[in-house]
Design a protein around this ligand. Structure first.
Ligand SMILES: [Zn+2]
Length: 213
């Protein structure tokens, strides 16, 4: 069984929305449908995907704006970390009021704890809480496929901003070093913005990985 990871860039701040799906069964999950629901639905239709779940790495507007429409169309459950519940529900904290053009208040179907394991696409998915960019940022690790969705925690040779409500650079660096850099080094990292990378590359080249920070 081969899982394919594809993406579309959506919205005003170029957010990566990922489609992870089984080539054969066409079953898939959607990560961070941040905007442009039409575009995402058209991709799903064209590929004939059967989406089973929506995973949210965190509650910021640019990762969630298309959720209401997609949930209505697809009727699938939404997962987010429990700690992020308040961000999802508060249009000020999720920045939708200031930056998204309309205030959005979302409820998820499943609130995850750090270390939870969920089964999706026949794989065990490990939920890794990585506070720092927001209070409840959650990374999703598919160990069998060797894939990590890192949200706005870890970027290619960079890290997420920490100047939004609930942000902390100290926490973010700790999350990355203690919880992400311990994963298998060949793991492909798919971030919320920009290019994909690997744990190995980030351990070598990410300026925030060194002891200076
Ligand atoms: Zn964010």
């Amino acid at each position: 069984m081969a899982l394919i990871c594809d993406f579309r860039v959506v919205g005003p701040v170029q957010t990566n929305c990922y489609f992870l799906y089984d080539e054969k069964t066409k079953k898939g999950v959607l990560v961070d449908p941040g905007d442009e629901a039409e575009k995402l639905l058209s991709y799903i239709g064209k590929k004939g995907l059967q989406i089973e779940a929506i995973l949210l790495t965190h509650g910021h507007f640019d990762h969630i704006m298309a959720v209401p429409e997609l949930k209505k169309e697809l009727g699938v459950p939404v997962y987010v970390s429990r700690v992020e519940k308040e961000v999802l529900e508060d249009p000020m904290t999720n920045l939708s009021l200031q930056m998204g053009g309309r205030g959005i208040c979302l409820e998820a179907d499943h609130y995850l704890e750090d270390g939870d394991t969920i089964t999706l696409l026949g794989e065990e998915v490990r939920c890794i809480l990585t506070p720092g960019h927001t209070v409840g940022g959650m990374c999703y690790y598919f160990p069998k496929a060797g894939i990590l969705f890192s949200g706005d925690t870890l970027f290619q040779e960079s890290v997420g901003r920490t100047d939004f409500p609930g942000g902390s650079m100290k926490e973010l660096i700790r999350s990355i070093r203690e919880k992400l850099f311990v994963l298998a080094s060949a793991t492909r990292v798919y971030p919320g913005h920009g290019f994909s990378t690997s744990i190995e590359t980030e351990k070598m080249f990410n300026p925030f990985a060194t002891d200076g920070f």
